[in-house]
Design a protein around this ligand. Structure first.
Ligand code: GLO
Ligand code: MG
Ligand code: MG
Length: 397
């Protein structure tokens, strides 16, 4: 770690609203074509480790910590007590809870299945998670409706399925309102997370934009309680500019939560750690978020590579991911106060100085030199990313 440089102290890391998911710390390396490469890790270990590292908040799926059969039973109460004790000991808080509605066989036809008993069970799971969230002190609930879609067409009627999906969310919001009142807490922020491909062949809400449309569809009883948890890679996967997708969410006031990771366009969900593939794009994303006052949660929804050991997950993978994020965040601050970028941006906004004209040729000519600044700004961002603006230099001599 020392050789890697850029290591922050736990105190410095704690200043950021970075959340550590249970499932990322405990990921054993398994996937469809991959056997596990690491041993299981308990929530006690994950929480303790996040605390030591300076990740001050923790997030979990219901079934990451409670076996499906124990949900809603006394065993759930016992496990939640153990989690509360582990959080307290590590000086970590629970920021977010999420319901697993994609992995268990019961959700093969999605949580909004045509089968009423599956839908009823799914609603009960969402409500149970909301209660878990209040019990653990969380402020966010995330929903990745992974299996909301199909493999073969015809059996599933999309409008009906989406209405049923909305009913589940309505039940969760209703339960939240009651629970929050009972406990004298604020209601949770309910955040929808889109992914364009997998685990279904066709996905009914594949993008954050589709979800914004769904929130406004009139199907939700409490649309003001529902926003987005975009994931960097999920947006990149379908080919959009992630920054533009986030900008659209910001304009709607719906950027509630953000899953941070990295990967490649038009590929599967590789969940590489933040900034390892597209650092310049990441810098730009953080410039947008910083300039709009978004300060988190930034949820480390990535998968430590299968080639990393159990020791490496905690000693290399998490510390480097967190520190890379903080470095990029600080660089984004530098971009916002950079005199060259500010001067160039102000010049662009000033325009070419033509007095009211309806001659496009004249307007074009007046702005032509000015627009060279687009490329200059892009180059300056690269310099900031690489530290050239602070004197770092290379020479072939
Ligand atoms: C999978 C998703 C998943 C969600 C999690 C939170 O591709 O990214 O990790 O973020 O289930 O609800
Ligand atoms: Mg995610
Ligand atoms: Mg992902």
């Amino acid at each position: 770690m020392k050789a890697c440089g850029g290591a922050y102290t736990p105190e410095q890391r704690r200043k950021h609203f970075i959340t550590g998911p249970q499932w990322a710390g405990a990921y054993d390396g398994s996937a469809l074509f991959h056997a596990p490469t690491r041993k299981p890790v308990s929530f006690e270990k994950v929480i303790e480790f996040y605390g030591k590292l300076g990740i001050r908040t923790w997030a979990t799926h219901d079934t990451d910590v409670i076996p499906a059969k124990a949900l809603g039973t006394d065993r759930q109460v016992e496990i939640l007590d153990k989690i509360k004790a582990a959080l307290k000991k590590a000086d970590v808080t629970c920021s977010m809870v999420t319901t697993e509605t994609f992995h268990h066989a019961v959700f093969a036809t999605s949580p909004a299945s045509e089968s009423p008993e599956i839908r009823e069970y799914a609603s009960w799971r969402l409500v149970n998670t909301v209660k878990m969230g209040h019990e653990l002190g969380a402020n966010y609930a995330v929903y990745w409706p992974g299996s909301l879609g199909y493999y073969v067409q015809g059996a599933v009627e999309e409008t009906e399925t989406l209405k049923w999906y909305a009913e589940g969310l309505n039940a969760a919001c209703e339960a939240d309102i009651k629970e929050a009142k009972k406990r004298k807490r604020n209601t949770l922020k309910h955040c929808l997370e889109a992914k364009p491909f997998e685990p279904q062949a066709e996905i009914l809400l594949p993008t954050s934009d589709a979800m914004l449309g769904f929130i406004d569809s009139g199907l939700l009883k409490y649309p003001e309680m529902v926003g987005l948890n975009p994931e960097y890679l999920h947006e990149l996967m379908w080919g959009t500019s992630v920054r533009a997708a986030l900008a659209r969410a910001l304009l709607k006031g719906k950027l509630f939560h953000f899953d941070i990771n990295d990967g490649y366009r038009l590929k599967h969900d590789v969940d590489i750690a933040v900034g390892l593939v597209n650092p310049l794009d990441w810098l730009n994303v953080l410039v947008l978020l910083r300039s709009h006052g978004y300060e988190g949660p930034f949820n480390l929804d990535y998968k430590p590579p299968r080639t990393t050991s159990n020791f490496g997950v905690f000693e290399v993978s998490f510390p480097t991911a967190v520190d890379r994020f903080i470095s990029l965040w600080e660089m984004a601050g530098e971009v916002l106060s950079d005199p060259i970028i500010n001067e160039a941006t102000a010049a662009l906004k000033g325009g070419g100085g033509v007095k009211k004209s309806i001659d496009p040729e004249e307007i074009f000519k007046a702005n032509k030199e000015l627009h060279t600044l687009h490329e200059l700004i892009a180059h300056r961002l690269f310099q900031i990313l690489c530290g050239f603006h602070t004197g770092r230099s290379y020479s072939i001599g």
